[in-house]
Design a protein around this ligand. Structure first.
Ligand code: 8OZ
Length: 369
């Protein structure tokens, strides 16, 4: 039977499930969300720990995107996971989430060309090819700013990036994380290598689908070997135009990627359906063709509400549903969805940037409400 035809009882959204090597209390995932509130040295702070702990009733928390190296940064005040201080900061986060009974994985990224010279001592960011993305990043003192023209990575530099991803997975386990999600979406480095809109290389990392997928697969293999596939997931966004991401023929490209990832035994694939934060039907794409090629848990996201989430878990083949923005103003989102209680609206002004306002001051509903 096609895996996309699996059916489940109503209520399954709120029931426990084992995903790879990780036991979850329910099928609701907190999506990774950049909030740009890391502390000194891009290390997580006690306030970051409080924010994640408040949301620990999610079956799984996926952290905001977190750098694998200094070279990987593209936005102001996004955290890293490559220094001792960053690992210690994350340890306080994972301890706080675990103390509340939650599970948490680190989303790790290299932003690639979605970056700016100000993060690299005035030097260009790195990418598959020297093509500027028509996209913006936020930069100290200037707010949203055009990305810089990148330089193409030398073939000799690529092994270091694979190793940075592998080492960051090890650091994540040392920091107490239950696992890692690789950010393979939204035009960042791994996605930029995949696509012919951003990858015009003529070496073994460019040209054919096999070559363009090579970096993502090398990284996924190295990370699965380091921490075990059962603690690893990957986010993909096959047709999202986020950050000027585009490809002439995404269907066979992503079928190849999922076919090659499947034998690594990953815990989950996290699929952004349609345009990130926008229309779900932006381009035709057969997601079931990907789902049928993968034996792990299938996580869907992008604009799901309560009814859509229940429907996709009970009758449309997904195993997990990720919610992003609703988690900002509703730390107790799982309870509100389960009991069909009203949702609070987040203030968009405080999405990114310093301070507790709009971050740790959204209350949970009182127990009696
Ligand atoms: C919004 C602002 C900054 C970064 C992504 C990590 O698109 C992001 C991001 C989103 O995945």
């Amino acid at each position: 039977m096609s895996r996309s035809k699996i059916t489940r009882a109503p209520g399954a959204l709120f029931e426990p499930v084992r995903v790879g090597d990780i036991d979850l209390a329910n099928r609701i995932v907190m999506s990774p969300m950049t909030r740009s509130r890391a502390g000194d040295g891009l290390a997580p702070t006690a306030m970051n720990a409080e924010y994640y702990a408040q949301r620990a009733s999610a079956g799984l928390i996926i952290t905001e995107a977190t750098q694998i190296s200094a070279q990987a940064q593209g936005y102001i005040d996004t955290p890293g996971l490559y220094t001792d201080a960053q690992i210690a900061g994350w340890k306080a986060v994972t301890d706080a989430v675990h103390a509340r009974g939650g599970k948490i994985v680190a989303q790790i990224w290299h932003t690639g060309r979605i970056s700016h010279t100000s993060f690299h001592n005035g030097n260009p960011p790195v990418a598959p090819s020297p093509i500027r993305a028509n996209a913006k990043v936020f930069v100290a003192g200037e707010g949203f700013t055009d990305t810089s023209v990148p330089r193409a990575l030398e073939p000799s530099e690529i092994a270091q990036i694979v190793d940075d991803f592998r080492q960051t997975c090890r650091n994540a386990i040392d920091a107490g994380f239950d696992g890692v999600e690789l950010h393979g979406a939204h035009g960042y480095l791994l996605d930029a290598f995949l696509r012919d809109g951003s990858n015009q290389r003529t070496d073994m990392y460019g040209g054919s689908i096999e070559n363009r997928a090579r970096l993502m697969l090398e990284v996924t293999e190295a990370c699965a070997a380091e921490i075990g596939g059962g603690r690893l997931g990957i986010r993909l966004s096959p047709v999202s135009p986020a950050n000027d991401s585009h490809d002439s023929n995404p269907q066979p490209l992503f079928e190849h990627v999922v076919e090659r990832i499947n034998p690594l035994g990953l815990a989950f694939i996290d699929i952004v359906e349609g345009a990130t934060g926008g229309p779900r039907d932006i381009a035709p794409f057969d997601y079931d063709a990907l789902r049928d090629r993968f034996d792990g848990a299938w996580m869907v996201n992008n604009g799901y509400d309560r009814d859509m989430a229940i429907d996709v878990i009970t009758s449309c083949g997904a195993d997990l549903v990720a919610f992003g923005r609703p988690f900002i103003a509703n730390p107790d989102l799982v309870r509100r969805l389960k009991e069909n209680l009203p949702l609070a609206e987040a203030d968009p002004v405080t999405t990114y940037g310093k301070g507790a306002a709009g971050y740790v001051d959204y209350p949970a509903l009182d127990a009696a409400e």
